[in-house]
Design a protein around this ligand. Sequence first.
Ligand SMILES: [Zn+2]
Length: 246
Amino acid sequence: MRKPEHRLETERRALERALSRLSSLQVELAFHRARDPLVRYRAFRSGRLELRMHEALSSAPSEVLHSLVDWVLKRGDRGERLDRHLDSLAVELRRDTAPPPILLRGEVHDLGEISGEVLERHFTPGRAPARSPLTLLAPRPSSAITWGPRRTASAKARKSILFGSYDPVLDLVRVHPRLDRGDVPRRFVAFVLFHELLHAAIPAQRAPSGRVVHHTPTFRRYERNHPDWEWAESWERENIRRLASS
Ligand SMILES: [Zn+2]
C-alpha cells in the first residue's frame, strides 16, 4: 500500500514548493509515518516553516492543502475541511492495524462486571433517550471496554487522559490502570465508566469556531443526572493528586 521511496520524495518536493508558494513562507517539509499527530509545524520569525506530516497526506486534495496553509498562517484552530480529512485519514490508518487487545479483569476491579451494571442502570436499551421526571437516560452504547496499557509513551504524553478515555474511531472505552487499586472505590470506577460510555452515547459537537466540544451542555445534563455525580466529583478532588502521581 505504501508508495515507493523515490516517488514519495518527488511528491515531497513538489508539495514543498506548492506550500511555499501558497503560504509565501519558506516551507521545509518532511514526511513521517507516525499517527499522532498526523501533522504539525513550527513557524520561525525568519519566514521559515518546518512542516511535518504523515506521508499519506501527500495525496491530499488541494482544498485540504489550502486549509492547511490557512491553519498555519492564522495559527488558530484547524479548519473543518482539514479536520475532516485528518479524521478520515486516522480511521483509514487504524483500519490497517490490528484491534487493541481487550482486558476487562484487573487485579482489583472487573470492568466487565462493573460496566454491565452501569449500562443496565444508567442507559436505556432503546435508541431514543428515556425521559421521565426522575430519569434522563442516554441510549445504551455497545462500545468495547478495556483497561488501558500499563505504561506507554502516549499515556505519558496525553496527560489529560487521567482516568478514562473514549475513542470514537475504535468505539472503545479505556480506563486508566491507575484506578485498578484497592484504595480506589468500585463506585468511582463505575462513575468513570459511566462518563466514558456517555461520550459514546452523546457525540461531540463542533463549535462555530471549529473547535470540537466533547462535554456539550447535553452531555453535562446527562452527567449531572447520575446520582453519584457530586460524590464522584468530590472524591476526585480529594484524591486526584495522589492518583495522578502514581
Ligand atoms: Zn469526558
